[in-house]
Design a protein around this ligand. Structure first.
Ligand SMILES: Nc1ncnc2c1ncn2[C@@H]1O[C@H](COP(=O)(O)OP(=O)(O)O)[C@@H](O)[C@H]1O
Ligand SMILES: [Mg+2]
Length: 316
């Protein structure tokens, strides 16, 4: 099994100099991860920030489409394969001031399962991008590669649509994220956790929820439970409800927040909802980024508001 590489993306160092990293993830394809990544990138650039968008949907890269870009000189594979040595060189201009893109790999077959050393190389070097913000557009699903980029970002954003399949996959994704995060805690604490899990299993107890597990830890090993809670609470996770059509869909974010708190024992943020807007398709057909094409639309204004709320949480 692959071991996570530790918090290399956000390691303390020169805090002021490194870019803040936001990752877009979610269990399902088609929920708007790429659309939201691209739109947030445009919003940040409009707000005067230098931004690099990174297409990390390793098997199905199409972030460039949301920006109206057809092709690029370099892709992520040029960097991962060693053809280009400097990560800054593969971040190409998008035509929008201050916004650059590391285009996803065109040869999806060879890159869909990047090797451990390639993931480590990326995690080490993404903070070296010359930018204020780096946005990672991840693929669907819960592969270790996807989870490891997500858990190491400063903010983990999860896009969910009102479709029940998407809601279900989002809970699964969040659970995987939190469990994967727990694997990065010190070995001794992990071993104690493992002992408690084994005792539960041998005692014939059901796996139960993450919240149940943390509670049981608090009873049996209070000091370990404290560091578990800290680790879970340290993750800045946020839900975004996308493609809202019915007024009743707007309740989804808050109710998911309550369910997460009950079952995972940690607070997940709720950034708000975005309406479904036919103009998104129109912008795609015109090969132009939605946010710069329809900046006065309700959808564009809501993206701007979300970005401003997140920026306010970062200390740069
Ligand atoms: N709020 C929205 N309104 C209308 N269309 C949207 C909205 N969000 C996303 N889309 C469209 O839905 C499709 C799927 O979105 P995409 O960002 O590719 O999803 P993902 O990256 O999660 O697979 C795209 O064609 C995208 O432009
Ligand atoms: Mg996508």
């Amino acid at each position: 099994m692959l071991m996570p590489v530790g918090n290399t993306l956000t390691q303390p160092g020169d805090e002021a100099a490194r870019p803040r990293i936001w990752a877009l993830g979610g269990g399902k394809g088609g929920v708007g991860k790429s659309f939201i990544s691209a739109s947030m990138g445009v919003a940040l650039a409009k707000a005067g920030k230098r931004v690099v968008l990174v297409d990390l949907d390793l098997g199905g890269a199409n972030l460039h489409t949301s920006l109206g870009i057809r092709s690029s000189r370099f892709t992520l594979s040029d960097y991962l394969g060693g053809k280009v040595a400097d990560i800054n060189q593969v971040a190409e201009q998008t035509g929008i001031e201050r916004l650059r893109l590391i285009n996803g790999a065109a040869d999806s077959l060879s890159i869909a399962n990047i090797q451990f050393f390639q993931k480590a190389k990326l995690l080490r070097n993404l903070p070296k991008l010359d930018a204020d913000y780096v946005i990672l557009d991840l693929g669907a699903g819960t592969s270790f590669n996807t989870l490891d980029f997500f858990i190491e970002a400063d903010h983990g954003l999860v896009s969910v649509t009102p479709d029940p399949g998407s809601v279900e996959n989002t809970y699964r994704f969040l659970k995987c994220v939190l469990i994967r995060r727990l694997r990065t805690i010190p070995k001794k604490t992990r071993e104690t956790m493992q002992q408690v899990l084994t005792q539960r299993r041998e005692g014939g107890k059901r796996a139960g929820s993450l919240a149940d597990f943390v509670e049981e830890m608090a009873r049996l090993k209070p000091s370990v439970a404290g560091s578990l809670r800290n680790e879970l609470d340290a993750m800045k996770l946020h839900i975004i409800v996308n493609q809202v059509i019915e007024p009743s869909d707007t309740e989804l974010g808050r109710s998911m927040q309550m369910v997460c708190s009950r079952y995972f024992g940690t607070q997940i943020g709720y950034l708000g909802f975005l309406h479904y807007d036919r103009l998104v398709l129109k912008a795609l057909q015109q090969r132009r980024p939605f946010l710069s094409t329809f900046p006065q639309s309700r959808l564009a204004i809501h993206v701007d508001t979300m970005v401003a709320a997140l920026m306010a949480q970062d200390d740069i």
